[in-house]
Design a protein around this ligand. Structure first.
Ligand SMILES: Nc1ncnc2c1ncn2[C@@H]1O[C@H](COP(=O)(O)OP(=O)(O)OP(=O)(O)O)[C@@H](O)[C@H]1O
Ligand SMILES: [Mg+2]
Length: 295
């Protein structure tokens, strides 16, 4: 399979937006088609080469979770290619297993992050300030340590530049207390649901990011959920506090990039074949594990 990284102009189908990983197409006033491509991004840069089939894996994982979670509504309207409007069915290589028709929502411009362990950007912020998103954490935590309670660490969705962790108070100022508290509650609830499921197959869901949107006056889950692009999945049997966890997610790419001389501030270099293959193996592995607990 060759990687689907770029979708050219399609007959009778209007592209609305091209994100780092997904392309959005117009369906009708209330709906759009989201296609998960094989693009991969890290440190906010898209790499020139993709990971063949990654979009299909992400789409499957996200849909499995959406199907399973019944305590909050989500944006999914149709995942079955056979039921897509005819104009999309002319392009199975693009829309089959990759496309989902969703409700267009008014997106909240916050990344809603739940963390059960301290790692990555959260670990860095903790080392610098003793806090993450304004939450004071106990002294002396080690890298990758499990937190006493799941914490909610929202970040702004910056149109340009990096997302920035912000205290929930910023969210309250912008959205009001009721909505901000609901986003927090749901973020933690969905995370804990996923965490408890994957634990059964020896995986630690260390953290994850959600996006929410308004469908009329209802807050629903949008985007992708609990995929290896948006989450950290660790091998429980190899976990050891203070050590870099063995993961089934994008961390593998970030770790590889740290060994190169790329400055993360200029166009991203192509990833070596070996890194592409290994990443695909990891994504395939976590798909299998999630399938085994959600089916
Ligand atoms: N149901 C929805 N309603 C509105 N927007 C949505 C919905 N589902 C997903 N999105 C948005 O579609 C885009 C998906 O593309 P992708 O994830 O590739 O973007 P991205 O590079 O992460 O973009 P961004 O920086 O805008 O988040 C995101 O901007 C996401 O917020
Ligand atoms: Mg995104």
């Amino acid at each position: 399979m060759t990687a689907l990284t770029k979708i050219d102009t399609l007959d009778g189908i209007e592209k609305i937006y091209s994100g780092k990983v997904r392309d959005l197409f117009h369906v009708d006033e209330e709906h759009m088609m989201i296609v998960s491509t094989d693009r991969i991004s890290a440190f906010d840069y898209i790499f020139p080469n993709g990971i063949p089939g990654k979009g299909i894996i992400l789409n499957k994982i996200s849909n499995l979770w959406f199907n399973k979670i019944d305590f909050i509504e989500n944006h999914i309207v149709e995942t079955d290619f056979e039921k897509f409007p005819e104009r999309f069915k002319k392009y199975p290589e693009i829309f089959k297993d990759r496309g989902v028709i969703v409700k267009k929502t008014d997106r909240f411009d916050f990344e809603c992050v739940a963390r059960g362990y301290i790692i990555g950007g959260g670990w860095k912020e903790y080392c610098d300030t003793g806090r993450v998103s304004g939450i004071e954490l106990p002294e002396g935590l080690q890298m990758a340590q499990k937190l006493e309670n799941t914490i909610f660490t929202p970040a702004t969705k910056a149109d340009e530049g990096h997302d920035m962790n912000v205290p929930i108070d910023n969210m309250i100022d912008e959205l009001g207390r009721e909505q901000a508290e609901y986003l927090k509650e749901m973020t933690i609830k969905v995370y804990q649901f996923g965490r408890d499921m994957v634990e059964q197959v020896g995986i630690i869901l260390a953290d994850t990011k959600f996006e929410f949107g308004l469908d009329g006056d209802k807050i629903i889950l949008i985007d992708e959920i609990m995929t290896p692009d948006s989450s950290r999945f660790w091998d429980k049997s190899l976990y050891s506090v203070g050590k870099s966890p063995v993961s089934y997610d994008k961390q593998f790419i970030r770790d590889y990039l740290d060994t190169t001389d790329w400055d993360k501030n200029s166009p991203a270099p192509a990833l070596p074949d070996e890194i592409i293959e290994k990443t695909l193996e990891k994504y395939t592995e976590i798909l299998k594990k999630i399938e085994s607990v959600t089916l």
